[in-house]
Design a protein around this ligand. Structure first.
Ligand code: SF4
Length: 175
């Protein structure tokens, strides 16, 4: 294997929050994202998501980058840090929870007391996310699975799922 190929593969091995979230929804989507293949950036659902992210919790908004991913809000109280992610709906809540768990996992390695919260203001929902021992195993297994999938030379085959109709790769996959 050439040095160039080795570097390319080690770069792919970095599982970001966005790739993990995509993987939980659709493996093909995660693979395409990892190759920087862009979907339709003007997809109206992405635009709504951006608008929502810009307008919500403006007052105490403080974004930071963790492992190449943006966290919406961080609060610190009594020595405990809370990572807060805001979502426009709970439609993809399982994927959002796993993404947040990855951030908590990465943070926990630094020995900080930390917890997570997903907020869906339009549905008036606040969902606590906790990194328990079982969740740690789940995150670690998921990271290994994703790394394996990302090393593959071709994208997983497409399968129509309910998320396709709002996916930015809709045209890429289905036209
Ligand atoms: S359009 Fe469907 S199959 Fe294609 S990447 Fe998106 S969710 Fe996956």
């Amino acid at each position: 294997m050439s040095e160039k190929e080795r570097l390319f593969l080690s770069d792919l091995a970095r599982v970001t929050g966005s790739i993990l979230q995509a993987y939980v929804i659709c493996r093909r989507q995660a693979w395409l994202m990892s190759r920087n293949i862009s979907g339709n950036q003007y997809n109206e659902f992405i635009a709504i998501g951006r608008l929502f992210s810009d307008e919500t919790y403006k007052r105490d908004k403080k974004e930071i980058m963790i492992g190449g991913s943006k966290i919406d809000v961080i609060r610190q109280k009594d020595g405990i840090i809370t990572l807060i992610e805001t979502k426009k709906s709970s439609r993809m809540i399982e994927a959002s929870q796993m993404q947040l768990l990855l951030y908590l996992y990465n943070f926990s390695k630094k020995g900080r007391a930390i917890k997570g919260e997903i907020r869906v203001p339009k549905e008036k929902k606040v969902i606590p996310v906790e990194l328990t021992d079982d969740r740690i195993v789940e995150v670690e297994n998921l990271i290994s699975e994703i790394k394996c999938m990302l090393q593959k030379e071709s994208a997983p085959t497409k399968e129509w799922i309910k998320f396709c109709k709002t996916c930015s790769y809709l045209e890429f996959c289905w036209s």
